[in-house]
Write a protein that binds this ligand. Structure first.
Ligand SMILES: C[S@@+](CC[C@H](N)C(=O)[O-])C[C@H]1O[C@@H](n2cnc3c(N)ncnc32)[C@H](O)[C@@H]1O
Length: 252
């Protein structure tokens, strides 16, 4: 088992569930993540075959480094439930996990992610309203939102005053980040500022956005990702922030 000292301000390369199983109970104050959405498991001419279809301009057409994002739906749901189970175990009794996901309709079935979340203490759903979206099939309205589930233990309280932000957060999408599916720093900062405590876990850390948000707000992070390439990007961002106090390494 890892100890708190092994986790603070650390990026851990590995398979999310395997790594989480090495982390003791109740060490993190809160968490934030955006998992892979399983987008390549799509119907029609979507992400699946690389043509893009309704996702024609999406960076994710090339896929992730080291992750296919194309599991059978039931397998994907079971995987995400296992991640959430481990995460809730590693949170303190007054902790909460902010879980970013996307709703979609596939083969006429609405995927609102309730199959992943059944039994977890979802307290609220936040809408992340992006300003603009990716180019889309003319048969569809341009998609511009994602959701964030606030999965909160009973004693979790928001920081004072942040409830005035409301439950629709208008934040521009990240465009400079070379990671194919990063969320914007401002989004991660909202979560970091909304939660008491100073140790945040992001089990799908990618390019390190949650880590930079934590540092910028005087907090600590622990991140996991399968991809050494993305973790290198995260290390570069973190080192740049430590040196210059800003996140402009993505502009270089
Ligand atoms: C949506 S991205 C997260 C992006 C991140 N929020 C950012 O701002 O850069 C999902 C991440 O999950 C990682 N991933 C996929 N499968 C994984 C696994 N089995 N274990 C750990 N990480 C995994 C991918 O490498 C990818 O970086």
């Amino acid at each position: 088992m890892l100890e708190l000292g092994d986790l603070e301000d650390q990026l851990i390369q590995g398979n999310v569930v395997e790594v989480l199983k090495t982390i003791p109970d109740g060490v993190f104050d809160f968490g934030f993540t955006s998992p892979p959405y399983n987008l390549k498991n799509s119907t029609g001419n979507g992400m699946k075959d690389g043509r893009g279809g309704k996702w024609a301009n999406a960076k994710l057409i090339q896929g992730y480094d080291g992750h296919g994002d194309s599991m059978p739906h039931d397998e994907y749901v079971a995987w995400q439930r296992e991640v959430l189970t481990e995460i809730m175990r590693t949170l303190k009794d007054d902790g909460a996990f902010f879980y970013n996901h996307k709703w979609r309709v596939q083969g006429g079935i609405i995927q609102d992610r309730s199959d992943i979340l059944e039994g977890f203490p979802v307290r609220q759903i936040i809408i992340w309203q992006r300003k603009g979206g990716i180019n889309f099939n003319p048969g569809y309205f341009l998609p511009t939102y994602e959701v964030i589930y606030v999965i909160a233990k009973k004693n979790f309280r928001l920081e004072k005053g942040v409830n005035k932000w409301g439950d629709v957060w208008e934040i521009t999408q990240d465009i400079k980040n070379p990671h194919p599916a990063s969320f914007p720093l401002e989004l991660a900062e909202r979560v970091v500022q909304a939660c008491p405590g100073d140790m945040v876990i992001d089990p799908f850390m990618g390019s390190g956005t949650t880590a930079v948000a934590a540092m910028k707000n005087g907090k600590h992070y622990c991140g996991i990702d399968l991809s050494e390439t993305y973790l290198d990007l995260a290390r570069k961002r973190i080192a740049h922030f430590e040196k210059f106090g800003n996140d402009s390494s993505l502009n270089e």
